[in-house]
Design a protein around this ligand. Structure first.
Ligand SMILES: [Zn+2]
Length: 264
């Protein structure tokens, strides 16, 4: 007699929370984190009774397709929901692989201002990359179809995955004006995008509000519990004390930025 079929994700190595790349790492029950190059971006899969929720879609349709294959190889449920943590290209330009009209046909959740942000920043950036064929020719920027969220987050909303509910919270402006964090309350895990960065210094990228970022981190710190796991947009899992330290760094950087430059 055969025993029960093993979970297809039991092969994921557990308990290795740092310096793991190229594998799904279980950070909590039904919460898996994988770091991808380039950019050491952190992608998260949350397993629900009715399917998978995927957080962020990588930088290009090609990278998104690779991600889709990796999810399919490791998990035996379909991706039914996607969350965009913010508007920046490295987190959303793979959306078309997962959104409406794709074979996956998942719902995509994102901040209500994400499309405006794309119009002001990511759209012109993409157009400039396309105009210069010498710019990262391996990336096929011409293949990107900006694919907007199907479900917009004004303030906060819950997504019922079947057997567990995930909370999506829009943060006040700071790192960008489109930041959303994902709270898996039953697991004590937060997915926070680039509001927190582990593998590099905090980035004052497009559509950033440096002067407001410390306040945004204060808001996040008010939500975090002491023992919670925090999954940043880039790098390894961290905790509340790391976020508090980064808040001090961001405040110092913002002061220097403001002192050095023209009015923001
Ligand atoms: Zn990023």
């Amino acid at each position: 007699m055969m025993g029960p079929m093993p979970d297809r994700y039991t092969g994921v190595r557990e308990g290795r929370l740092d310096m793991e790349s190229g594998t799904w790492v279980k950070v909590a029950p039904g919460v898996f984190h994988r770091r991808y190059q380039p950019l050491d971006i952190g992608i998260v899969v949350i397993v629900g009774g009715a399917g998978l929720l995927l957080v962020d879609t990588r930088s290009t349709p090609k990278e998104g397709a690779e991600l889709l294959l990796d999810v399919g190889a490791a998990f035996d449920k379909p991706i039914r929901w996607v969350v965009n943590t913010h508007a920046h290209f490295d987190h959303v330009f793979g959306n078309q692989v997962f959104g409406p009209g794709s074979p996956v046909n998942a719902r995509i959740y994102g901040h209500r201002d994400i499309v405006r942000h794309w119009r002001d920043y990511e759209g012109p950036r993409l157009a400039a990359w396309r105009r210069d064929p010498t710019w990262e020719p391996d990336k096929a920027w011409g293949d990107v179809i900006l694919t907007a969220p199907t479900d917009l987050i004004d303030d906060a909303l819950d997504v019922d995955l079947g057997s567990r509910t995930v909370h999506l919270v829009a943060l006040p402006p700071g790192h960008t004006d489109t930041d959303v964090v994902v709270h898996i309350q039953d697991a004590g895990v937060w997915v926070v995008g680039d509001v927190v960065e582990e593998s590099g210094p905090p980035m004052f990228g497009s559509g950033c509000f440096p002067a407001l970022w410390p306040r945004q981190l204060d808001h996040l710190l008010g939500l975090l519990g002491d023992g919670d796991i925090v999954l940043p947009g880039h790098g390894r899992p961290v905790d509340k004390s790391f976020v508090a330290t980064q808040r001090r760094e961001v405040a110092a950087l913002a002061r220097a930025h403001i002192a050095a430059g023209p009015p923001l």
